[in-house]
Design a protein around this ligand. Structure first.
Ligand SMILES: [Ca+2]
Length: 381
């Protein structure tokens, strides 16, 4: 082999090495910059302390949670009620507190409201879900229907979103409580899992791990890090979720029964000190995300938009971004997925994204002086 040829091969190897390195270690998720010039951005409600979840009632009011443990009603004009009584005590520490709120699918007849929150107990804290009847006097007959096990120390990675499936069953998303990430891969606990229960807390008999003595029967999927966004795809009825990665590696997934979503064995992110996590980015038997973010945007809240207010956005996912501060739109095409980001006029920590009954998009701004923003067309047709 000539010296020249050897040198060329060395350069080629170096170039291939760099290319491989670029793909696996340093890829930046590309995105387009979207414009909200045709969108009217108004403050729907203000004076909320770290609003976390919001659910519209059939009468046009909304229930909104504040992480420190308050639940309030918001009038159609944006006026806040006094805190609704009957909310269970929460551990308002770190990322913990009162988290999501959801209405029973039969709310019109049963007035049942579901809350997810961080609950104290032996060992520390864990995510829990309670439901109660909303009356003029507050939440009544409040019962805890599900508790994460075990309760552990620390104030991070509680999840949590509540999503009803079409059959009336309830999905609960969780986190792996950060210092217990290996727990996401074992099935004898409910850290780092998607949970699937009946709304009274009983277990659907066709859950994937029912009947196994080495797994808890409420587990739907596992290998998750910290899921703070979830929604039911209105066309397919499937659950979709958003989870936080570490330094890079936020993910969009559609968790299917019994499947392993990889954390902390595979991820597209790295530890905060730059070191490698787990075994790499792919592994047989572990699912790949539909989309992932490097660097992280810290996504929270998930919406699949089907409203009439923004026809051009129908069929898109939206997630809020806490760290990046703005709104991300994800469009899944037949051959490729793309992302568009919005920040002008909404450069805030966005905690949740909700479609209102009017088709407008509502954003929860996570701040000690938080707001609910309403996005509507500037020139409605
Ligand atoms: Ca994953």
């Amino acid at each position: 082999m000539s010296h020249h040829r050897r040198r060329c091969q060395a350069i080629l190897t170096l170039m291939l090495g760099l290319a491989a390195c670029d793909r696996s270690d340093a890829q930046k998720t590309p995105f387009g910059v979207g414009s909200l010039a045709a969108v009217n951005i108004a403050v729907y409600a203000r004076g909320l302390e770290s609003p976390w979840g919001l659910a519209f009632l059939p009468d046009g009011r909304a229930l909104v949670t504040e992480r420190l443990g308050r639940l309030r009603l918001v009038s159609p004009a944006g006026a806040l009620s006094e805190p609704v009584t009957g909310v269970p005590p929460v551990v308002a520490k770190g990322q913990g507190g009162l988290l999501d709120v959801a209405l029973d699918p039969a709310f019109v007849t049963n007035q049942l409201v579901y809350l997810s929150y961080s609950e104290a107990g032996p060992g520390g804290a864990g995510t829990a879900v309670a439901r109660g009847t909303l009356t003029g006097a507050g939440l009544e007959n409040v019962q805890v229907i599900w508790r994460q096990v075990p309760k552990v120390d620390g104030g991070s990675h509680f999840g949590s979103r509540l999503v009803f499936a079409r059959d009336g069953t309830l999905f609960i998303t969780t986190g792996e409580r950060r210092n217990f990430s290996d727990s996401a891969q074992t099935l004898t606990n409910t850290l780092g899992k998607v949970i699937h229960i009946n709304p009274d807390g009983t277990i659907p008999p066709d859950n994937p791990f029912v009947g196994r003595n080495d797994a808890l029967p409420e587990i739907w999927s596992y290998g998750h890090r910290n899921i703070q966004g979830a929604t039911l795809h209105p066309e397919t009825g499937a659950l979709w979720t958003i989870e936080h990665g570490a330094q890079g590696g936020d993910e969009l997934n559609h968790p299917e029964a019994g499947k392993n979503y990889g954390w902390p064995v595979i991820t597209w992110g790295r530890n905060y000190d730059g070191t490698k996590i787990g075994e790499g980015t792919t592994k047989p038997g572990m699912e790949q995300p539909v989309w992932y973010w490097v660097p992280s945007i810290a996504p929270s809240g998930l919406l699949y938009y089907t409203g009439d207010a923004f026809p051009e956005w129908r069929g898109s996912f939206f997630t809020g971004a806490l760290a990046w501060q703005g709104l991300s739109r994800i469009v899944i095409g037949p051959d490729s997925t793309r992302e568009e980001r919005f920040q002008d006029g909404i450069k805030h920590r966005i905690r949740d994204v909700i479609k209102g009954p009017d088709g407008a998009i509502y954003l929860l701004v996570d701040s000690s002086d938080g707001q609910v923003l309403r996005l509507s067309p500037r020139n409605p047709n």
